[in-house]
Write a protein that binds this ligand. Sequence first.
Ligand code: T3D
Length: 261
Amino acid sequence: MSEPPLLVAHEGPVCTLTLNRPAAMNAFTAELHGLLGPALDAAAANPSVRVVVITGAGRGFCAGQDLADPAMRGEGVDVGAVVERFYKPLALRIRSMPVPVLAAVNGVAAGAGANLALCCDIVVAARSASFIQAFSKIGLVPDCGGTWLLPRLVGRARALGLAMTGDKLPAEAAERMGLIWQCVDDAAFAATVQALAARLAQMPSRALAETRRLVDSSAPADLAEALSWEAQAQGELGRAHDFAEGVAAFFAKRPAQFKDR
Ligand code: T3D
């Protein structure tokens, strides 16, 4: 029997989703999309999941769209419809998860695979990994949120440089320019991801998800609007369990037990 294109593993509060088509650098087929979306929904609905890790099997993270998938190719294929049907919901799902989402970029991340990683809240990449906005090489524009994410992460000059050239950006350079959170030596990669996931799982998930929501909505807002949204979120979080627990734990000099989602 052939391997499933997505592996789902639960280890305590950490749910790890592994894109598992290593022979095609974990490129997206309709079948893989059909598994990843529901797996994210299931993780969101499962109160015991407090962090989601997305990674790839083999030497790549994800090569974006499977350019050979017969379900998405052929005469008259509507690329816009593929993006509407698969990549737009995927990006929105990741950005609305009730828990932090960590991209563990084990190898090359190209096209929508690169932007899948950049959609995540924290991106940790192995030093041997790289990021490629491959779209321009096949006559497309960055999708899966790329045109929105890139200028916000690295500014217009670098966004256009990366997107127009489609050049390979090594993980170390990606960290240096602020495209990702961290580049770590390959030997330390698995342990770093595991430790960060465990740490995030202990943190107040609801406050982290609200932080993401406010950071994302702050871009088109002016300072006064951002300050109002912060006040509104603090009002809601301040009435929730995790705030009371966090303050109680601080004064009791003990680790907090966060549980809000
Ligand atoms: O419908 C739509 O198209 C809309 C959606 C668009 C979103 C997108 O993601 S568009 C961008 C699509 N992705 C790409 O253009 C990337 C294509 N791949 C590459 O540029 C390179 O393969 C990599 C830089 C990712 C890796 O290079 P390298 O030299 O390390 O490996 P390789 O030999 O090129 O690839 C290994 C195998 O994976 C190879 O198969 P083989 O020859 O061993 O049988 C290669 O064909 C396969 N592979 C890599 N990427 C894809 C792929 N197969 C199908 N689709 C791919 N995207």
